[in-house]
Ligand binder design. Structure first.
Ligand code: SAM
Length: 295
């Protein structure tokens, strides 16, 4: 088979051959845009020998490109029907090597993955691992938090997601997209947006456009220390409870004493009419330090 899986003709042929119906509840939108697929591989900076976890390989369009670029791929998928399709449609040999040495499929919900156990014997866990995925959009943020909280050392996460979420992840302070999600993620990882992909590049076509984002864990020394992340994220959420109101207003429930509140705001070096979206990560860390931990 010379035509790549991710070309529209080949994807349509696979869909017809297996009488497939894309499962909406599993976020199945298959990417049929070779430029976008190659853009993802490039954004992930795939090198021969890279160890890649793929989430939701679908019918294998991205998997195939990752393998051709020289990656070893461990994929998590939940749709049982795709098992047979992937084994039939992926090339039997890639770059002269048999597929089973380069590709392993695990039928499991990514949010239940136990990486150390699942990957043992296939990946060298002492070496860095990349994650590359055209995500199932209904669980984009749970997946990001799950990966971030896992014990694996990731060199980068290259994730295609709905454009709106990508904009929130990469937002700068002072913009409308900046909010609790931005802050929770940017506290842990650097975020860089790559290509935008039109909804017409998928079968079936989703309602929204997509973007590819590369997340890189920040080195320990450049991370702002957050003593209690759960408390921190809760305080940030409360500060944004009413986005259009001032920080002072939003802080009322957390710090009922107005003198304390105004003293804290002034210690941040900002005007008392400041709005939550104007504050930096560092200033939120300072606020969280001054709010009692919820019991
Ligand atoms: N990688 C393919 C592509 O680019 O065309 C398919 C991407 S499609 C947007 C998302 C894939 O994730 C589907 O194949 C779906 O079955 C799978 N999926 C959905 N929920 C999942 C979960 N919890 N864990 C692993 N895979 C999941």
């Amino acid at each position: 088979n010379e035509i790549p899986i991710g070309s529209p003709i080949r994807t349509q042929a696979i869909i017809n051959r297996y009488f497939m119906r894309a499962k909406k509840n599993l976020g199945q939108n298959f990417l049929v845009d070779m430029a976008a697929l190659q853009g993802i591989v490039k954004a992930a900076a795939i090198q021969p020998g890279d160890q890649v976890i793929e989430i939701g390989p679908g019918i294998g369009s991205l998997t195939e490109q990752l393998l051709i670029a020289g990656a070893k791929v461990f994929a998590y998928e939940v749709d049982e029907n795709l098992k047979e399709i992937l084994h039939n449609e992926l090339p039997a040999k890639v770059n002269g090597q048999p597929l089973d040495q380069l590709f392993k499929l695990k039928m499991k919900d990514i949010l239940k993955a136990d990486f150390t156990e699942d990957l043992a014997g296939f990946f060298d866990l002492a070496k860095p691992i990349k994650v590359v995925a055209n995500l199932p959009y209904y669980i984009t943020t749970p997946i990001i938090f799950f990966l971030n909280n896992s014990s694996l050392q990731f060199s980068n996460l290259t994730l295609m997601m709905q454009k709106e979420v990508a904009e929130r992840l990469s937002a700068h302070a002072g913009t409308k997209d900046y909010g609790p999600l931005t802050i929770a993620v940017q506290a842990e990882m650097s975020v860089k947006s790559f290509l935008t992909v039109k909804s017409s590049s998928f079968i079936p076509r989703p309602k929204v456009d997509s973007s590819v984002v590369v997340l890189k864990p920040l080195p320990e020394e450049s991370k702002i220390k957050i003593a209690n992340p759960a408390h921190f994220n809760w305080v940030v959420k409360m500060c944004f409870a009413q986005r259009r109101k001032t920080l002072n207003n939003n802080l009322k429930t957390l710090l009922p004493d107005s003198t304390k509140r105004l003293r804290l705001i002034s210690s941040l070096g900002v005007d008392e009419r400041v709005r939550p979206e104007q504050l930096t990560l560092k200033q939120f860390v300072e606020i969280a330090r001054n709010v009692p931990v919820k019991k």
